[in-house]
Design a protein around this ligand. Structure first.
Ligand SMILES: Cc1ncc(COP(=O)(O)O)c(C=O)c1O
Length: 375
């Protein structure tokens, strides 16, 4: 008898216990006749700002728009944005949309997030911002970045957090979102806090930055039909998505704990083997994706596929190596760890609602992996 497949992610499992609430929330928005910029949006914005520990939150249409708006608002246009090359291209896309130049630095090989020393060493005259992407749920040491910038006498360099893979994570008592100067979140369905479609948010403390973001996200308007800020556009969160996120937000910590528990089962399963989990055991980290590292990655893919277990590579290509970036001159010789990780990383299933049997099957599959040839 063949075993049921275990997909990489099944976001709909999260709805098992809350489908009635979700349906009711969506039906109420439909019945209200007010589908954009209404109570659900403003209440979600308040609740997400409170959760992150920031004064302000602006709902936007998706995470990439959030990055674009944040980079534009902090004056990144025509300047340099320091970032990593292994995080899926979203910051690169946003930088190019605002006419900023991405400057790539290497990653810390243990947790695959921005190498803070490399970022500080790369700060130059043209640097306007550093995007700290908290990848896979691992947290960039933004406090160290901040003190490093102070030591360089560069407090003008803006720290933009990308918290899209780290909702609810933090450093000490401070949550992702409140660590930098401005932070962006995607609520893509598979995220730790996911909508039932596209949605995103930007949070910050600074009131004048928030005013700028408010204007930029709706046509440059400072009041209805009066456009004062150049390069404004339309990027709003829908009322239905905001209402759905309000139903889900109170469960986020519980779901994060579930993801961490799955990560710790896998960690135990691979103890003593040549596999390694890149997820940070620090209690401030959350798990978004469980990423295993192996020199025999392609054999591991086949082994897991043979057992019906879905996997993926996040992400298979460095940003400057993408064909769309060919026209952009980039110095990439320094991306040694980023490049080394490409052929070794593999994301394995981890999502709230995964059954114990599924978790055990993945753990057992990892535990019984025997690479035939390891260089
Ligand atoms: C780290 C990171 N940043 C930004 C994004 C972009 O978000 P969106 O798909 O909502 O535009 C994503 C994922 O989708 C992401 O994983």
């Amino acid at each position: 008898m063949s075993l049921a497949p275990i997909p990489l992610s099944v976001p709909s499992r999260q709805l098992d216990h809350i489908s009635e609430e979700i349906n009711r929330a969506a039906a109420e928005v439909i019945a209200s006749g007010w589908w954009l910029k209404g109570n659900e949006t403003s209440r979600f914005e308040e609740e997400w700002a409170r959760y992150c520990g920031t004064d302000h939150c602006l709902g936007v249409a998706n995470g990439t728009d959030g990055l674009e708006l944040a980079l534009r608002a902090v004056g990144a246009a025509k300047n340099e944005v320091i970032t990593v090359a292994n995080a899926g291209g979203y910051t690169t896309t946003a930088s190019r949309l605002v006419g900023a130049h991405p400057y790539y630095v290497d990653i810390d090989p243990a947790h695959l997030v921005l190498d803070v020393s490399a970022a500080l060493a790369a700060v130059g005259e043209q640097t306007r911002a550093i995007v700290a992407t908290h990848l896979f749920g691992n947290v960039v040491d933004v406090a160290q970045l901040r003190s490093g910038l102070a030591a360089l006498d560069r407090p003008d360099v803006i720290i933009v957090e990308d918290g899209s893979q780290a909702h609810g994570a933090g450093l000490g008592q401070t949550k992702v979102g409140a660590l930098g100067d401005v932070a962006v979140f995607s609520f893509y369905p598979t995220k730790n806090l996911g909508a039932l479609g596209d949605a995103g948010a930007i949070v910050c403390q600074d009131g004048s930055l928030f005013d700028e973001l408010q204007a930029l996200h709706q046509y440059g308007w400072t009041q209805r039909y009066r456009s004062e800020v150049a390069h404004g556009r339309n990027s709003r969160i829908d009322e239905i998505q905001a209402a759905i996120l309000r139903v889900k937000l109170p469960r986020l910590d519980e779901w994060n704990a579930e993801r961490r528990r799955i990560g710790s089962v896998y960690t135990k399963a691979i103890a003593g083997s040549k596999l390694r989990l890149i997820n940070d055991p620090d209690p401030g980290a959350v798990v978004h994706l469980t990423v295993v590292r192996s020199k025999a990655r392609d054999q591991l893919v086949d082994h897991l596929a043979g057992l019906g277990i879905g996997t993926a590579v996040h992400f298979p290509v460095l940003d400057p190596d993408q064909p769309s970036q060919a026209s952009l001159p980039s110095e990439t010789d320094t991306l040694v760890e980023s490049r080394a990780a490409l052929g070794e990383i593999l994301t394995v299933p981890c999502f709230p609602g995964m059954s114990d049997e599924e978790i055990d099957r993945v753990a057992h599959a990892l535990n019984t992996f025997e690479p035939k040839l390891v260089s």
